[in-house]
Design a protein around this ligand. Structure first.
Ligand SMILES: CC(C)(COP(=O)(O)OP(=O)(O)OC[C@H]1O[C@@H](n2cnc3c(N)ncnc32)[C@H](O)[C@@H]1OP(=O)(O)O)[C@@H](O)C(=O)NCCC(=O)NCCS
Length: 411
């Protein structure tokens, strides 16, 4: 292994001291610390005291809170969300990170950096090979090994253009007894959409209640059961106008897709626009007569590869393709990840072993966009994000190719 001074792929951000008091990181210990978390979230996200108290009540049962203490005081906090992300048709366990905040009086002293380093150690120890988050600021997360890994687009359609005649399929409100079938319907849809969440309680709760706004669910039934569904929040605008926000929308058949679009069109006397989130490749847009929509980047999400070998073996790979890649990975936070690997792919699966020639060299950060397929190896090489010979770049291009990685859910 090269020494730090001669590394070709230096960490972009300067290193910071990571040590903190033993016991300084962990779940909130008591009501006083829970109140401190609510206070940090209130200040960090410009919430009212009532909203931050409601946030705590919603979040506590569905995710894990973590705090970082400075002496006796809670200086920073975050939410750790256990879930999966679909890559190559397989659900890879991921630790989602949300609501990162540092008390305003503690900012600018490396608290968030230390908080994230502790979180990543816990996440890796828990066995999850990846972590995912939406960044409000990128340098903080790049410093600890996250990089762009996919997109979340806002898809906005003019409601009057949804003039479909389809009403043959029945559409009715979702009831509690329907939820298992709704979860299966979502999984069937999401499994082949690169990067989409294999949702746990936290993500499902937000489909039904987005930061205190209740979403109403409707499902479309055919003779074989659920063919599609949607959850809609109707937001009042000026002069009685409305906009519709779909926290989720899935259609498995053309009839269900048309029925859902018809249902939305039935709101056109007062609703001007309907919007939802997903990828640039949203199939519903194929059914619209004209381009009465916009698709706008909302945010890039970032991934941190926590365990290189486990991450490569956990995902699915293109069927009918076989090939090998010799990698050399640098990781300043997890020395366990450092070094050479041989990735061998066949029959949609990968085997990873240590060793090989290290012909494709990169920092663990840049493994994220390669892994998800956001950026191809040739594009990463052109940006100086990896070094490799042409044959390795071509092999990586074929192995990691896939649909553009995207996410619908926010966390
Ligand atoms: C962003 C935040 C968590 C940073 O906390 P912090 O303890 O001050 O962060 P650190 O001292 O560890 O700084 C780490 C890096 O983050 C970036 N950063 C820190 N504060 C920032 C801010 N207010 N705006 C933009 N970037 C910021 C900087 O790049 C900094 O590195 P540098 O000082 O070497 O330039 C804190 O300002 C906060 O709680 N903000 C409001 C909520 C928020 O934006 N959370 C992030 C959600 S993803």
């Amino acid at each position: 292994m090269r020494s730090a001074g001669t590394r070709r792929h230096r960490p972009r951000e300067r290193e910071r001291h990571v040590e903190t008091q033993p016991g300084g990181f962990g779940p909130p210990r008591d009501e006083r610390e829970l109140a401190a978390v609510a206070d940090i979230v209130m200040h960090s996200y410009a919430m009212s005291p009532a909203d931050s108290a409601a946030w705590l009540q919603r979040t506590k049962p569905a995710a894990d809170l973590r705090v970082l203490r400075e002496g006796a005081e809670v200086a920073g906090s975050l939410v750790l969300i256990r879930m999966g992300q679909w890559f190559g048709g397989r659900s890879v366990p991921v630790i989602g990170v949300g609501s990162v905040g540092v008390s305003p009086v503690h900012r600018g002293r490396g608290t968030a950096t230390r908080l994230m380093q502790h979180l990543l150690r816990e996440a890796r120890a828990s066995g999850a090979p990846l972590s995912v988050l939406y960044p409000a600021t990128q340098p903080l997360y790049r410093r600890v090994g996250y990089e762009h890994a996919g997109t979340r687009h806002e898809i906005r359609v003019q409601v009057p253009s949804l003039d479909f005649g389809e009403r043959t399929l029945a559409l009715r409100p979702i009831e509690a007894a329907d939820l298992p079938a709704i979860v299966l319907s979502y999984q069937r849809h999401a499994r082949h959409r690169t990067g989409w969440l294999d949702r746990g309680d936290f993500a499902w709760a937000r489909v039904q209640n987005m930061r205190g706004e209740v979403a109403h669910g409707y499902l479309v039934e055919g003779k074989d059961g659920v063919e599609g569904y949607l959850y809609v929040i109707r937001r009042a605008l000026k002069d009685l106008k409305q906009e519709l926000f779909l926290t989720d929308v899935v259609a498995h058949t053309p009839a269900a897709a048309r029925r859902i679009l018809r249902f939305l069109g039935d709101h056109r006397s007062l609703a001007t626009e309907v919007f939802w989130y997903g990828g640039v490749d949203d199939p519903l847009l194929l059914l619209l007569r004209e381009q009465t929509y916009s698709v706008k980047l909302h945010m890039h999400w970032m991934v941190r590869v926590l365990d290189v070998a486990a991450a490569l073996e956990a995902r699915g790979w293109p069927e009918g393709l076989s090939g090998a890649l010799h990698l050399e990975v640098e990781d300043d936070l997890f020395p366990e990840n450092q070094g050479r690997y041989v990735l061998e792919v066949s029959d949609g699966q990968a085997e990873v072993r240590r060793g090989g020639d290290g012909r494709l060299r990169l920092h663990v950060r840049e493994l994220a966009p390669l892994y998800t397929g956001l950026l191809r190896a040739d594009a990463l090489r052109a940006m100086g994000a990896l070094e490799a010979d042409d044959a390795s770049v071509r092999a990586a291009g074929a192995l990691f190719a896939g649909p553009p990685p995207s996410l619908r859910d926010m966390f």
